[in-house]
Design a protein around this ligand. Structure first.
Ligand SMILES: [Zn+2]
Length: 229
């Protein structure tokens, strides 16, 4: 099936009518992991998908496209394909190979693992990200990757550990799906997060960040569907 036909089907099955826009689907090697985004102009809706999706079942591809449509059009329509896509992403993290690590981050991971997870969590991939103040960490489900902002390189241990803990909770809780949307900061997640000590970690974190120079965050139209902050 042609990719654009797949895109049209995704639209039609979600909204129950033909799209008024021309649908374009293209695959990109430059997208890491299973990233994807959507753009709409007056005449076109364009899906840009990571090349990795090209080898996935059409049903999963339709799922990611419907997920993106819901997000762009602010609709909350459920579909089997979206469920399938979400299940696929969750499963991916269980089988992702661990190939990257970094000493300081790994030390933090084991400290947090011992203190809050009885040492039971398996080691994910770990790396430093850009020196961002706005995005302190991300967890990418498909590749089981925790990325921590380099701005925390010189942070007090408890500050680094608190961000590590937050990302590890994403690995533990994954995400839930309701009304066609995914939720990652669920009540259960927040309850777990509140276990972190010291209790005034937010204040310590903000005090630390105020003293740090950060590069201004780049504006990006790429909506990341795979990682959550
Ligand atoms: Zn989060």
């Amino acid at each position: 099936m042609r990719p654009s036909t797949l895109g049209k089907q995704a639209y039609k099955e979600l909204y129950g009518k033909e799209p008024k826009h021309k649908i374009i689907v293209s695959y990109h090697a430059r997208f890491s992991d299973y990233n994807a985004n959507i753009r709409m102009s007056a005449r076109e809706i364009k899906f840009n998908l990571s090349r990795k999706f090209e080898k996935c079942e059409p049903e999963i591809q339709k799922g990611v496209m419907q997920f993106l449509l819901n997000r762009m059009k602010k609709t909350k329509i459920q579909s089997d394909n979206i469920d399938l896509y979400n299940t696929f992403i969750k499963k991916m993290s269980d089988f992702a190979p661990v190939t990257e690590t970094e000493d300081v981050l790994e030390e933090s991971f084991w400290r947090v693992n011992e203190t809050y997870f009885h040492g039971m969590m398996s080691l994910p991939n770990l790396k430093w990200g850009n020196r961002s103040r706005a995005l302190l960490g991300t967890y990418t489900y498909a590749t089981d990757f925790i990325m921590i902002s380099r701005i925390l390189e010189d942070a007090p241990v408890e500050v680094l550990d608190s961000v590590m803990y937050h990302e590890m909770l994403h690995k533990k809780h994954k995400f839930s799906c309701k009304a066609g949307r995914t939720h990652s900061h669920t009540p259960a997640f927040k309850k777990d997060e509140a276990r972190f000590k010291p209790k005034n970690i937010e204040q310590i974190l903000h005090r630390f960040l105020r003293g740090q120079k950060a590069r201004p965050a780049k504006k990006s139209f790429v909506s990341r569907v795979m990682g959550w902050d």
